[in-house]
Every structure is written in structure tokens, then in C-alpha cells.
Write a protein of this length. Structure first.
Length: 276
């Protein structure tokens, strides 16, 4: 497992995908190899933040593709502790399934603080979480998933990968317009046209609620994977890791914790009934 980190700041944020690759190549310790590698027909790049959804998506990809790389983003989020969860989750998955260990490739991290700098949100500022006048929660970071997927596609282009996996979902209401199925489909078309590459954006959680997401993890990796996600994934918007709940760590009160806790309660109750 190789961990790569690249930084994209200031005006370079707007300079395009070629600049992204060039900047990464210049950073010490980052081995970028050829500008473009041969297309790997059965390889995927997973957007991997260290949360419940992205951990489940990583397991989903590992059951479907021969090679899987991951990418995470540091953008000044209050819950940046989620990025620290990735190593433990990856190590746990390697121990859980030998075939997954053989399929896991490089883990990349991109620093894009400009996204946080232009965003006045509860995820990038120390402010109370509430609803805005436009009906969207102030945890919405405008353009976040559009930026993430565009940079992921730029990296996938160079890595010869056409399958990109993300944990976007519109079933559990968040109000985030960049999580909606129509948005992802439209961006998929734009990326394919703009890079002349047949990318396929996969969103396996799009029509699942949080209880069904827990159930999917159980289907993919059994109790071992569920326990791993409970213990090591991070969801809390406030970055709290002090209190341990049945569903994992978090403040227990923010929207992310509430949604995760509600999903766990439904999943656990159903699993208990089915076990009787």
C-alpha cells in the first residue's frame, strides 16, 4: 500500500487537471510515473473519506474490480479526523479478506484548501449547524462533490482508470444538490466529453438509506466488516471521537450522527429479528 499526497492551492486550483498532475509530480516523495498509463478495464478509483459510506463503497468496489485505488481530500473540513480513519479501515479490510489485499492499490490524498477558503459553511467554519434561508443545511459545501469527482477523474485519467466510485446518496435526505442522481449523471457526461474518456461513475448507495447501507456492509464482508466500520469509520461533523455508541464514535447530536444512529437502530433491530 502506497500513500500519495498532492497539494493544490491558490490560483493553481483553477489551472486545470494538467496542473494537478504536474504539481503532484513535483512534490517530494510523490511518484507519479508516466503522464498517462494504459487503460485498465477492470480497475476502479474510490472516493474514500474514512466515513461509513465511503468504507462501504470501498468494500463494494473490492468485490467487483481486480484493482482498486482510493482518493481522499483535505479541504479544511472540521472533521478532518475522518482522513486519519482511512489507514485503519484499509488495514482492517486487508486482514478481513486476503483477496481484497491483493486488489488494493495506492491511496491518494489531495490537499485543496481553496475549497474550504471559499466556503462559508458549518463544515469549514466553527459555527452552529442550522438550516439556511434557501432551505439547504449550512453543512452544504457548494461544489464539493463536483470538485471531488473532477479531480478524481483527472487522477483516474492518468492512472488509466475509467470506473470511479462515490458514496453519494439522495435517499436519506440531506438536501445536498450535488448528491442527487441527476447531478451525478450530468457530471458523468461532462467528464466524458471534457476528457474524451469513457468514465463510469458508480454510486452504489444512491437509493439506499443508512439501515440498508449497514446491511450492504454485512452482505459484503459479514460481521467483521460491520464491526470494522463501527469502530474505525468517522461520520461526526464536529470531529468528535470521545464517546463510543453502538453505531460508532461521535457527538451523537449532529445531523450526521443522528442519521447514522437511526440507520444503525433500524438495521440492528431487523438483524436481531432475523437471527431469532
Amino acid at each position: 500500500m502506497t500513500w500519495h499526497t498532492a497539494s493544490l492551492t491558490g490560483s493553481a486550483f483553477y489551472a486545470g487537471t494538467t496542473t494537478l498532475i504536474q504539481l503532484a509530480a513535483r512534490r517530494p516523495g510523490v511518484k507519479c510515473g508516466p503522464m498517462t498509463e494504459p487503460v485498465q478495464k477492470n480497475a476502479a478509483l474510490v472516493l474514500f473519506s474514512g466515513g461509513q459510506d465511503s468504507a462501504t463503497c470501498l468494500a463494494w468496489a473490492l468485490t467487483r474490480f481486480e484493482r482498486v485505488e482510493t482518493i481522499g481530500f483535505s479541504y479544511g473540513q472540521r472533521h478532518a479526523i475522518e482522513l486519519d480513519s482511512r489507514a485503519k479501515l484499509i488495514d482492517g479490510m486487508i486482514a478481513l479478506r486476503p483477496e481484497w489485499a491483493a486488489r488494493l492499490g495506492e491511496n491518494h490524498t489531495l490537499d485543496i484548501p481553496t475549497l474550504g477558503e471559499v466556503s462559508e459553511t458549518a463544515l469549514t467554519r466553527e459555527t452552529a449547524i442550522e438550516m439556511n434561508d434557501d432551505g439547504l443545511p449550512n453543512t452544504f459545501v457548494p461544489g464539493r462533490n463536483l470538485v471531488f469527482l473532477t479531480f478524481a477523474a483527472a487522477l483516474a485519467y492518468r492512472r488509466g482508470i475509467t470506473h470511479i466510485v462515490g458514496g453519494m446518496c439522495e435517499t436519506d435526505f440531506s438536501g445536498y444538490p450535488d448528491c442527487r442522481d441527476d447531478t451525478i449523471k450530468a457530471l458523468n457526461v461532462a467528464l466524458n466529453l471534457g476528457m474524451a474518456r469513457p468514465f463510469e461513475l458508480h454510486t452504489p448507495l444512491m437509493w439506499l438509506d443508512k439501515a440498508q447501507t449497514w446491511a450492504l456492509a454485512a452482505t459484503l464482508g459479514g460481521k467483521g466488516l460491520v464491526d470494522l466500520i463501527v469502530k474505525h469509520s468517522h461520520t461526526c461533523y464536529l470531529g468528535e471521537r470521545g464517546a463510543r455508541h453502538d453505531w460508532g464514535y461521535g457527538c451523537g447530536e449532529c445531523p450526521a450522527c443522528s442519521l447514522r444512529a437511526k440507520g444503525w437502530a433500524t438495521y440492528a433491530a431487523k438483524a436481531k429479528i432475523e437471527a431469532q
